[in-house]
Design a protein around this ligand. Structure first.
Ligand SMILES: [Mn+2]
Length: 320
């Protein structure tokens, strides 16, 4: 595996913690100000230079820029223009060393929680979701068929170009993996539906971001699904995390305190020969930290990275 961390473009304490924990590769979120042009190779070079100057090598972009993808997911009037820019972006990525885009297809509502301050072990704070608490609010109106159609339109337009530019599109499941949220249908909510999505445009450039906690919340056989997707060459990127509960009612946990056998999951990645990028995802906010970015605090990441490295060492699973 290649250990990575999710690092925003401005150098921060999290960059330093990652380096000190032994992480030398980055998952980057692109700048969202209008000064950054994702279709301009020079802008990419400048951005990547910030990371490499500090000893971090970017490997993955996450997410697909929302200012483009939002139109694609809803299929609005700006969809075609946005797809053109996604394709131009992939062209601009050539030679950057970044070969994977972590792509979700949650329209109107992204990853969503009904509580951001649930007490986990020792009083650490985690996020959670309760379907009953999410009822009543409407943020859109899209049917299952419309979202499948929009996903199909996107993949048919983008995957041939991804093949041309050597960019891997790694589908992230919908989190929470419920069939509808606030009036908007969700489709990437089960292994079966993920299989269906991968079959829309079969390609070595179309695979998955295996967000373990989301698959666990689906009620999926996490280990078995890893083995299935791994053998099919569809594991592009791993989100290492866990939850307690099921899709309609769950909370995040420390990485060693959830319902998934994390060592068994890692054994499965090892057995299928996965050597791609992994990052720890959604960590508790710990003592002394402000809960300003639930799931994305710093100290819990250190614990998670250490736990991941310990398991990998115990399994004799090589990583860099
Ligand atoms: Mn994830």
């Amino acid at each position: 595996m290649i250990l990575t961390d999710y690092l925003l473009p401005d150098p921060s304490l999290q960059w330093e913690y990652a380096l000190q924990a032994g992480v030398r590769h980055a998952v980057i979120r692109l700048p969202e100000d209008s000064a950054f042009d994702e279709t301009d190779p020079a802008h990419w070079q400048t951005l990547i230079g910030r990371y490499t100057a500090r000893g971090l090598t970017p490997l993955v972009v996450e997410p697909m820029p929302n200012r483009l993808h939002d139109h694609i997911k809803t299929g609005d009037a700006l969809r075609d223009r946005s797809i053109e820019r996604v394709i131009a972006m992939m062209a601009a990525m050539r030679g950057t060393g970044i070969t994977t885009i972590c792509t979700n297809f949650m329209a109107c509502v992204g990853w969503y929680r009904t509580d951001n301050a649930i007490r986990e072990r020792g009083g650490a704070l985690v996020t959670g979701f309760d379907a009953r608490a999410a009822q009543g609010e409407t943020r859109g109106n899209l049917s299952q068929q419309q979202v499948w159609d929009n996903l199909t339109y996107f993949l048919k337009a983008v995957i041939p170009e991804a093949e041309r530019y050597g960019v891997r599109i790694a589908l992230h499941p919908d989190d929470p993996p419920v069939p509808t949220l606030m009036g908007v249908a969700r489709v990437l909510i089960s292994p079966e539906n993920i299989r269906r999505a991968l079959a829309i445009t079969p390609s070595p450039m179309l695979g998955v971001t295996f967000c373990q906690g989301t698959y666990s919340a689906m009620g999926a056989d996490v280990e078995g699904t890893i083995r299935e997707f791994g053998k099919a060459g569809k594991l592009f990127f791993i989100h290492f995390r866990d939850v307690a509960g099921s899709r309609d009612h769950f909370r995040e946990t420390f990485h060693d305190n959830g319902q998934t056998d994390m060592a068994a999951a890692l054994r499965a990645y090892r057995d299928v020969g996965f050597h791609g990028p992994v990052r720890v995802d959604h960590v508790p906010t710990m003592a002394g930290e402000e809960n300003t970015a639930p799931g994305y605090a710093s100290v819990g990441r250190l614990f998670a990275v250490g736990y991941l490295k310990g398991l990998l060492d115990g399994l004799g699973y090589p990583y860099e």
